[in-house]
Design a protein around this ligand. Structure first.
Ligand code: KG4
Ligand code: ZN
Length: 355
């Protein structure tokens, strides 16, 4: 089989990421990944984050941030592979879901590179990329498989039957789990410069997870859907009512109690989804867990018990491939390219437009 080398570009949210992946050799060394909000002064990080989730000017700020670093990030990815544009087989780029202004930065860059080197383009769905990267890290992972995709904006349970063929078993009816982690971290006043999720996970290690009684969401619904808005409210009220004794221990107790219930909700719905998936596809033997929140060690260990009980396997990509990255986009590009799903090269632009 011929070697395919694909450049993947990801700009859907607040990471500007690119990577070069080969179907023979996997991904190359270090890959470019820059959090676009890190170029803002600290007080703007929160603003950018807040506003980007609720509309307003932040998408514009995020777009500017992506634009400032995109050339450098793509160059870093090529440098890390010791390849040039001439060596590429195609360019893959995230086309959604995400902030449209941000997506456009990646798509414009992808079209420039593809136009210049006469390469086909593959438009990639961000969540499909989170799921399929598991097949890069585990070459034994065959279809069909079940995937739990957990990030800041999505909470999905899907049955992956083949490349491009997915059945949604469950989704969130309001917030995603990453949003609940991020808000809880902010309300607890944690240092969220590396993201709310990791900060909360760390603090939770010091806490007693039984100390605050939160209600597990959606137990009365015998389906595979999620809800985190109610838990978020419970946590906010608990924090407000304890404002008189905001020492580290009581904050850690809230963090641990929140995490326990947030993850119990995942466990219960995964348990049911495994049953559903087995009825639909009796050969199912694997649960993939991916998306930014899947880098959480506590979640990995809790889900490993769930798969054990159900006699299936857990495939969880390493944390750097769970959070947004260019590798997953490039790899998904390869999967589609092999099936002949790609667009013809765009026309080359004027030389002075080359970047
Ligand atoms: O997939 P991702 O990088 O971007 C989106 O597509 O949303 O996911 C980002 C989300 C954020 O909410 C972040 O706080 C969360 O993943 N996250 C974590 C951890 N690392 C990242 N949540 C919990 N524990 C972690 N260790
Ligand atoms: Zn993501």
């Amino acid at each position: 089989r011929e070697e395919l080398v694909v450049l993947g570009i990801e700009t859907s949210c607040d990471d500007t990421a690119a990577a070069v992946v080969s179907n023979r050799r996997g991904f190359y060394g270090q890959w470019g990944n820059t959090r676009s909000d890190c170029i803002f002064p600290k007080h703007n990080i929160q603003q950018a984050d807040l506003l980007s989730r609720y509309g307003g000017v932040a998408p514009k700020m995020a777009e500017e941030a992506h634009s400032l670093v995109i050339d450098q990030v793509v160059q870093q990815a090529l440098d890390a592979s010791n390849l040039t544009g001439e060596d590429l087989s195609a360019v893959a780029v995230t086309i959604g879901p995400g902030l449209s202004l941000c997506l456009r930065v990646g798509v414009t860059k992808a079209r420039r590179v593809a136009g210049r080197f006469n390469l086909p383009i593959i438009g990639v769905h961000h969540m499909e990329a989170h799921a399929l990267v598991a097949r890069l890290v585990d070459s034994d992972l065959q279809f069909p498989f079940l995937a739990l995709l957990i990030s800041g904006g999505h909470n999905l349970l899907i049955l992956a039957r083949d490349v491009g063929h997915y059945v949604q078993l469950g989704t969130t009816i309001d917030d995603a789990i990453g949003e609940a982690y991020d808000k809880t971290a902010r309300w607890l006043g944690l240092n969220i410069s590396k993201g709310g999720g990791p900060a909360l996970e760390e603090l939770a290690r010091e806490g007693d997870s039984d100390s605050v009684k939160f209600k597990i969401p959606m137990r009365q619904y015998k389906d595979c859907n999620f809800s985190y808005a109610g838990l978020k409210t419970q946590v906010r009220l608990a924090i407000e009512s304890r404002s008189a004794f905001q020492d580290r221990k009581s904050r850690a107790d809230i963090a641990a109690s929140f995490q326990r219930v947030a993850v119990l909700h995942l466990e219960e719905k995964c348990e049911r989804a495994i049953q559903w998936a087995k009825e639909m596809e009796p050969s199912i033997n694997c649960l993939v867990v991916s998306g930014g929140v899947a880098s959480n060690q506590y979640i990995r260990s809790r889900l490993s018990y769930v798969v054990e009980r159900n006699r299936i396997r857990l495939v969880c990509p390493p944390p750097k491939l769970c959070t947004d990255n260019g590798v997953m986009v490039a790899w998904t590009g390869i999967e589609h390219f092999l099936l002949g799903r790609f667009d013809q090269p765009p026309p080359a632009r004027e030389p002075e437009d080359y970047v």
